[in-house]
Write a protein that binds this ligand. Structure first.
Ligand code: ADP
Ligand code: DP6
Length: 326
């Protein structure tokens, strides 16, 4: 049976940074994101009794052994959850730059989870889908839903209370996100490896956990009150706190490049001039800027003047997973 799904990337306002269980992808803190409307993945899955191993084609090409292993491990989780016995052929197309901090793993595993679950022919809820997607890549648990989404860390060892929940609909608050590309080089420390090293070696990790819990409360309050200033101040602070933990790791590492810092400084300077915008950065050098609709054009023209800026993708808040005809 064949099925096809589309999932959009999301950008964390309160970051997921650290796992308490690496096999089940259980995080050490709750995170909160906005799903974007611009970057997405479309994936089709076909469970086929004639195959003797899984196959994965990304943008038309067969992937290397290490990537194949990740996909096959994930499909095995889907098989054991549903009782599906066959191997699958997976075709995926990313409409998102890969491994540059634009969250291809979030849309990638959310689309794969949705298509694979549907292709097994079993019934499943969105909550179950979020739990399955989580086990491909943690941030993928949030891309099941559109709008603003919270991923709850849960406390159970088996992950049964660890899933994402929608907290505000896509159309309820019109914010804009400018995804700024300063480089399209592939990052050196993948988020998975970076957060593991931080948990194991950074003395700042304990402080991060306390700060992230407080930041989450403020961000949720800001969303409920539609208080843009509070949300912006909280998200920018939370990103800086996450990145501070990497400097304390052993060996230390840093996702920023000088161009990243130039954009951060520009945003802070524009804010001093009265243009309200806030930045956030994931596990890569590129920067995302959150602003209100009325400031978007002015920000675009100011940021496009920076020599370090290669490209700006203007995004809005996007939808959750959708199923497509095969
Ligand atoms: P980013 O999310 O910043 O692009 P990550 O390191 O978090 O970078 O994710 C990159 C990884 O996501 C890839 O190595 C691959 O394993 C996975 N990935 C990317 N695209 C897809 C896809 N379409 N389907 C499944 N997995 C994908
Ligand atoms: C910095 O979800 O890519 O983007 O669960 O190991 O696949 P794995 O990690 P991933 O990490 C995302 C980290 C982040 C913050 C976030 O998206 O919350």
């Amino acid at each position: 049976m064949r099925a096809k799904a589309r999932a959009y990337t999301n950008i964390a306002l309160i970051k997921y940074w650290g796992k308490r269980d690496e096999t089940l992808f259980l995080p050490t803190n709750n995170s909160l994101s906005m799903t974007l409307d611009r970057f997405y993945t479309e994936t089709s899955v076909d469970f086929d009794a004639t195959l003797n191993q899984d196959q994965f084609f990304l943008d038309g090409h067969q992937v290397d052994h290490q990537e194949m292993k990740k996909i096959s491990t994930f499909l095995t989780k889907v098989r054991s959850f549903t009782g599906e016995g066959r191997f699958a052929r997976v075709d995926s197309v990313n409409h998102v730059p890969i491994a540059a901090g634009f969250a291809s793993s979030a849309s990638g595993f959310a689309a794969l989870a949705a298509a694979a679950m549907k292709a097994t022919g079993t019934d499943f809820s969105k909550r179950e889908l979020s739990q399955i997607a989580r086990q491909g890549s943690g941030s993928a648990s949030r891309s099941i839903y559109g709008g603003f989404v919270e991923w709850q860390k849960g406390v159970e060892d088996d992950g049964s209370d660890c899933y994402a929940v929608p907290i505000l609909d896509q159309d309820a608050w019109d914010l804009r996100i400018l995804s700024i590309e300063v480089t399209h080089e592939v990052k050196k420390v993948l988020s998975r490896e970076g957060m593991k090293r931080t948990v194991e070696t950074s003395p700042f990790f304990e402080g991060w956990l306390q700060a992230a819990a407080a930041d989450l409360m403020e961000a949720k309050q800001a969303i409920s009150d539609r208080d843009f200033t509070l949300l912006g101040e909280t998200l920018e602070r939370n990103a800086l706190r996450m990145h501070a933990t990497t400097l304390g790791a052993n060996p230390p590492f840093m996702y920023w490049q000088s161009s990243t810092v130039k954009v951060m400084e520009a945003i802070q300077a524009l804010r001093m001039e009265g243009l309200e915008a806030y930045f956030t950065i994931d596990a890569g050098p590129n920067v995302k800027v959150v602003c209100q609709p009325e400031d978007e054009q002015q920000l675009l023209s100011a940021l496009n003047k920076l020599a370090v800026v290669k490209h700006i993708y203007a995004c809005r808040i996007g939808p959750g997973v959708t199923y497509l005809d095969v």
